[in-house]
Write a protein that binds this ligand. Structure first.
Ligand SMILES: O=C(O)CCC(=O)C(=O)O
Ligand SMILES: [Fe+2]
Length: 153
């Protein structure tokens, strides 16, 4: 396991939540994200291959663990990172604490040899993790397009 990064997210209540976003749709660059959220709610994940969003209700004492882009690339797309967003709330402030578990910046990430050893075609190339992260932060949140940076064309 490489470096961990912790964010402390504070979403102030917003009188017109329909006019704004909390966090735009994106997937995280990490391997796994471990998320603690308070009891307010507002986190949505996108169903794979559909345009519908599912609310992830806070459960007292529970954490949310999600597969992220680096893990999707390492397992050659078998387990997909999840696109998610946060909706602003009209009545309550919200706090969340994601812990991002990352590869090391100098690690090359790509399909693991164990995954492609039986002749499976690699759909991702090896990229330097720090380049992947730079690519993510160069642009606004845009769903899952970051992962295409690693795709073999
Ligand atoms: O606030 C949340 O529940 C998720 C925040 C998030 O997606 C992020 O910090 O990457
Ligand atoms: Fe996120």
């Amino acid at each position: 396991m490489g470096p961990k990064r912790i964010n402390l997210n504070y979403y102030p209540k917003c009188p017109n939540p329909e006019l704004t976003v909390g966090v735009g749709r994106h997937s995280d660059v990490s391997t796994l994200t471990i998320l603690l959220q308070d009891n307010i709610g507002g986190l949505y994940v996108k169903k794979l291959d559909s345009n519908s969003w599912v609310h992830i209700p806070p459960i007292d004492g529970a954490i949310v663990i999600n597969i992220r882009d680096a893990l999707q690339i390492m397992n050659n797309g078998k387990y997909k990172s999840i696109e998610h967003r946060v909706m602003a709330n009209g009545c309550n402030n919200r706090i969340s604490v994601p812990i991002f578990v990352n590869p090391k910046p100098n690690d090359l990430i790509g399909p693991l040899p164990e995954v492609v050893k039986n002749g499976e075609k690699a759909i991702y190339k090896q990229v330097l993790y720090s380049d992947y992260v730079k690519h993510f932060f160069r642009k606004a949140h845009d769903g899952k397009v970051t992962v295409d940076f690693s795709k073999i064309n």
